[in-house]
Design a protein around this ligand. Structure first.
Ligand code: SF4
Length: 379
């Protein structure tokens, strides 16, 4: 996640750290009487699950959380599970390689070879990505028709004879992502070495290495925010509150794959609020690293970092969303089909709601563990 560390920590990014006036009772660390807290003991939903709602009546939340219906698909079950660990691997590998290159430069008195560094990082990160995708992936859910499926078998279920191409294009797109992130890192290091005003700092004793390293290592991944002292349930969210990244203990964010959606902002705000609670810090800015892979061309389609100010309006919206989700979960009955069917065609639950998966035909009552699988998002 070099792109994130550079965007959040490089020179000229002070705007991310500007103070933001927020109502005291909308801060995550506000007292128990604050509206930001949920009723204790509530069955929680993940922070993503709270915001990622397609259905106007909230039927999708009920089908997923209460009836435990799964909607296996390539984008959700493979891309959504593999890209995050691939980027965490890349960051670890990159930092190790960078430290080696810096030490070598100081020891030998020669300038860092950016070309060698880039090649070494890409080679090691591609190997790690191959392992993650081709050797280690098995179907991550409990759906009886898919449990423990290998990547080859799952690809065949999703794309039939095109399964092998689907795997090859997925790997190619991930490799393209690794190269893109690594090039951003190398460009950043070159800028650091040139110095802020374009002056050359070519002696190995210059501070540019230390500055670059400090900016990159402030990024933390794999952080779990909730624990016994700061339990997730006080906000009505599920245990295991793990934002994809935390930077300098004041900025928080999540990685999302696929096209950017408006609801991603709600996910970022949810993490900001919980981080304020767990870290007892003001978190004014949250981020989404949005990555979209083109599985037809085997390329990175888009890569962008969105910045979201955690202001009162965003926090109120999150509370409303959270309370609505908890009401639906506690209702004890499946919410009705909506009158506006616009969302149904893109919704992963269409096979559970409509005969043949065609919105507007015969409405279906849900059956647990229906074998329907979504191919939404496939080329
Ligand atoms: S398919 Fe339509 S009715 Fe069913 S959950 Fe999705 S949006 Fe709601």
């Amino acid at each position: 996640m070099f792109s994130v560390a550079i965007e959040l920590g490089a020179v000229g990014t002070l705007r991310h750290y500007r103070p933001l006036p927020v109502s005291p009772d909308l801060r995550g660390y506000a007292g128990e009487q604050s509206q930001i807290r949920a009723a204790v003991g509530t069955e929680g939903v993940s922070i993503t699950g709270l915001s990622a709602r397609y259905c106007p009546t909230g039927r999708d939340i009920y089908l997923e959380k209460v009836l435990k219906l799964e909607t296996p698909s390539w984008p959700r079950s493979v891309i959504g599970k593999v890209v995050d660990p691939v980027l965490v691997d890349l960051h670890t590998i990159g930092m190790d390689q960078l430290d080696d290159a810096f030490e070598k430069s100081v020891r030998t008195g020669r300038a860092v070879s950016f070309r060698d560094l880039e090649t070494n990082i890409i080679t090691a990160a591609e190997d790690a990505a191959r392992r993650r995708l081709l050797s280690e992936w098995t179907y991550p859910g409990k759906h009886p028709d898919f449990r423990n499926l290998t990547l080859d078998d799952f690809a065949e279920r999703m794309a039939g004879e095109g399964g092998a191409d689907l795997i090859a294009n997925t790997l190619a797109a991930i490799v393209d992502l690794i190269r893109h992130e690594t090039k951003l890192l190398i460009a950043y290091l070159r800028r650091c070495r040139r110095g802020r005003f374009g002056l050359g700092y070519f002696t190995p004793s210059s501070n540019w290495m230390a500055e670059a390293r400090a900016a990159l290592t402030r990024l933390q991944t794999g952080v779990t925010l909730d624990n016994k002292r700061y339990p997730a349930r006080v906000f009505g969210v599920r245990n295991g509150v793990c934002p994809d990244f935390l930077y300098a203990v004041t900025l928080v964010g999540d990685l999302k794959t696929g096209p950017y959606e408006q609801f991603h902002e709600g996910v970022a705000i949810g993490y900001a609020i919980f981080a304020e609670f767990a870290l007892a810090r003001r978190i004014n800015t949250a981020f989404i690293l949005s990555i979209d892979l083109d599985l037809t061309a085997g390329k990175l389609r888009s890569h962008r970092i969105y910045r979201i100010r955690a202001d009162d309006q965003q926090r109120q919206r999150w509370i409303t969303q959270r309370d609505s989700a908890l009401t639906i979960l506690r209702s004890g009955s499946v919410p009705p089909h909506p009158s506006d069917l616009q969302r149904c065609s893109r919704c992963p639950y269409s096979h559970h709601c409509w005969e043949g998966g065609y919105p507007g035909t015969t409405p279906l009552l849900p059956a647990p563990h229906s074998p329907a699988a979504s191919t939404a998002g496939l080329p």
